[in-house]
Design a protein around this ligand. Sequence first.
Ligand code: NZQ
Ligand code: ZN
Length: 394
Amino acid sequence: MKNFDITIPTRIIFGRDTEKQIGELVKEYGFHKVLIHYGGGSVKQSGLLDRVKASLHEAGICCTELGGVQANPELGMVRKGIQLCLEEQVDLILAVGGGSVIDSAKAIGDGAGNPETDVWKYFQKEAVPVKHIPVAVILTLAASGSEMSQSAVITNEESGLKRGFNSWTHQPLFSICNPELTYTVSKFQTGCGTVDIMMHTLERYFGWTKDSALTDRIAEGLLKSVIEAGRIADQNPEDYEARATLMWAGSLSHNGLTGLGREYLMQIHQLEHELSGMYPRIAHGAGLSALFASWARFVCPAAVDRFAQYAVRVWNVEMNFENPMATALAGIQATESFFQSLGMPVSLQELDVEPSKFEEMAEKCTNFGTRTLAGIRKLDKKEMIEIYQMAYLR
Ligand code: NZQ
Ligand code: ZN
C-alpha cells in the first residue's frame, strides 16, 4: 500500500425528502446571498427548482439564479456566472443538477473568488485558485461523483478542449443526495451514470500499484453492488434501494476511497474527455462505454493477473489456471455485455465519430506533444490512435 493523505470534508445529507432542509442549512452556515445554478430544464419540469426557492425564501435567504448549463458544461456559461456572482455579491453557489451543473458551479466559484485571474488558466494548469466562493449541491443524477470530488471539468467551446483540474476549492461544502430525485432520469442517462460510476472505480483498480488488498475488496464490493443496482434501475426507475445504491456508490467511487494506497491515472477518462470535448453531444458515460473494452484489450497483456482477478471476483468467472488470459478476456467481455444490456454504445462507430479526427484527438490528449499517459501500459500518441481505431472497428 502506498502512503496516502485523505480528508473528505463534504457533508453528505442523504435520503428521502432531504432537499426540504436546504433553506435551514444555508441559514445554519450563515450565508446571505445564493446563486442557484441549474441545467437545461429538468429541475423546472420536476418542480424541484420551485421547492428549493420556496425553502430558501422561507429561511429568509436572498437568491439569484442562472440556468441553462448544458451537458459537458462550457466556459461561456462559467464566465456569465462569475459576472453575476460579482454583481450580486453572492456568497454561496447552489448547484441543483448533475455533474455538469456542479462542475460549472465549481468553476464559477474559482473565478468569482479570484476575479483578477482568468478562470481558464486554472484548467490550463497555468495558475492555482487560492480563494473561492463555496459550492453546495442538490444532486439530481448519480454519475460523476462531483458532489464529493475535488475535480471540475469544463469545455472551452472555442478550442474544443475539455479540461479538468483538482483543487481543494472544488470540495462541495455539503451535498444533499435524495435518490428519489433521480427517478425521472432517463434510461439512457441512468446507463451513462452506471458506467461512469463503475469506471471511476475500475480506472483506479487498474492502476499500477500491486499491494492494496483492502482497497481491492472495497472496489470489488462497490462494483458488484453497482452492477446489481444498475440492472434494477434500468428496469424499474423508481426502485428506491437501487437508486440509493447508485447514488451513494457514485459519491464513494470518485472521492478517493476506492483508489486509496494505489497509483493510477485515469487513461480512459483522458481519452474520453477529448471525445466529448470535440463532440459535445456525446454523453461522458456513453463515451467511456464505447472506449472501455478496446482500452482493456489493448493494455490487458501488461496485467493479465489483475484482469483475471477482476473477472473472477467481480463477474464470478471461473479461473483458468492454464490460460489466465482467457479468464481476463472473459471479464472484459462480461463488462462490455453488461454495458450493452443497459443500451450503452460499445464502439465509436455507434457514436458517429469520424475516424479522421483520431489524430487530432490523440494530439490533444498528449497536450500537444508534452505528455504520455502513465498506466499499467504507458500510452503515447500512436497507441492512443490505435485504441481509438480499435474502438471504432469493434
Ligand atoms: O440539463 P437538465 O435539463 O437538468 O438535464 C440533464 C442532462 O441533460 C439530465 N438530468 C439530470 N438530472 C435529471 C435529469 N433528467 C431528468 N431527471 C433528473 N433528475 O441529465 C443530462 C446529463 O446531465 P449531466 O449533468 O451532464 O450528467 P453527469 O452527471 O453525467 O455529468 C457529466 C459531466 O461531468 C463530468 C463529465 O466530463 C461531464 O462533463 N465529470 C465530472 C467529474 C467530476 N467533477 O468529478 C468526474 C467525471 O469523471 C466526469 O468527467
Ligand atoms: Zn467519469
